[in-house]
Design a protein around this ligand. Sequence first.
Ligand code: HEM
Length: 529
Amino acid sequence: MTSLKQFTREEVAQHNKDGDLWIIIDAKVYNLSRFADLHPGGKTVLFGDDIPGQDATEAFYGLHRHEVLERAQYARLQVGTVRGEQPAIVGRVNGALSKVPYAEPTWLSDGYHSPYYTENHKRFQRAVREFVDEHVYADAQAREADGKRPSQSVFDKMGEVNFHAMRLGPGKHLKGLTLMNGIVEPEQFDYFHELIITQEIVRTGNRGYGDGMLGGMVIGLPPVLNFGSNELKAEAGQISHPYRIVPDIFAGKKFICLAISEAHAGSDVSGIQTTAEKSPDGKEWIINGEKKWITNGHTTFFFNSFTTGCKTEDGFTVILVPRGEGVSTKPIKTSYSATAGTAYVTFENVRVPVENTLGSEGGGIFVILSNFNHERWVMCCSSARSQRLVIEEVLKWIQQRKAFGRPLSSQAVIRNKVAQMIAKAESLQAWLENMTYQMNNMTYKQQSSKLAGQLAFLKMYSTQCAQDTARDAVQIFGGRGITQTGMGRFIEHYHRTIPFDALLGGAEDVLGDLGVRQAMRAMPKNARL
Ligand code: HEM
């Protein structure tokens, strides 16, 4: 910036015609003379009232995100600054907390208090935010745009600080690992640390990328950790055996996903038609069938494994199937996001050792159910945080966008919609933190009996709120809320991808029903009005 020239406003005003066009945006002087013909918004708009040679700050921010000016090809249009003036508008600052009201949960907002978070959680949050902003954010924007899987370099970087391992929550799997460069000890790592990790990833604003970022591992690996043999998991360091997958998965070198649903079976696991039969010598499973809607099934095609639900002689059995002969995947086009790698997975006479069985033969339902509470809680963490991101986008938009000569925020109907969004996001986070505190203080068994209903309700309510918020945000952003580039790009993505949350991990109605049935079971039989 020091080499940039300074101009008076009068000097800038001389450049006001076709072929010699300058404008001022936030005290910065831009030469648009050659760019005018290439401007994505057209040439004529650049010659509208009070634009050529003038201060176009307000007009610019009514039509563009700040990030436009940060892109290299546009940043170089800046030729100087206005003498005696300083740019005041701040864009995204890596690692920083947002100053926009309600953009951060209260525990990260100035002057608020929380009984839940320790100094260690705060330090951890700062480190994770810096990490995500520095190493993940840009990749999330680029991959969501081109529909490819998250870049291997990002998986590798995350592996270096054991990010992938931490996404599975507290537990034995963390033993001996250095977490986030040693900020938190493995024994100290709790569900609030995990909540922080999940909520910070969500801030990239790309829901599909979030799932592409090993969503399949978060649901596919716990059955291996909890029910796989030691031989199958292998200790750190012994990574050469093809089935010893855990250390490689934590390093971001191998991948895993959960392969349960099929064309005939979603919530209704008993409808599964993929079969696993024993070979004549009893040493191998021979697997045949087709799985559908498998998150990460396609994009994590290198060295991946499938935690697969199969129909066996004894009922339903879960088997770890490494990619190999007879396994093929192909992408499914959904309204969601190609980055998530949603796939068909076909098994044709695939042979795996019987040692790859997870849990007991016929005991697959238990293996799958044992995962549900954690999976739903993770989804609540991400849903509560992504709603806050929408609020931040909306608050900025209604401040900078003018309609009928006034900012959108001057319309009571708009303020009312925003009020609903904020009330929902705040109540979700408060409930979520309560649940997280309970998880930290309950045994696994207590969690199963006491939290299944609560988490079912929380997940149901999170996705109901999310859909209301998405719909209202689109109304507020208008056409830009359905446009994949430009000012409403996060809103468009959110609105398009949010129905997915309401289906995965239990559809809303099923979850509500589960919670009430559990409550009825716990009713004192002698209770009367
Ligand atoms: C440094 C100066 C500018 C740059 C680099 C720039 C760049 C861009 C870009 C990249 C877009 C496409 C946005 C998208 O992704 O959808 C765009 C759209 C547009 N720009 Fe500019 N622009 C500049 C100045 C202006 C000015 C001064 C005006 C006039 C008020 C203007 C009016 C528009 C309009 C009307 C659109 C279409 C917006 C929409 O459909 O939502 N631009 N501009």
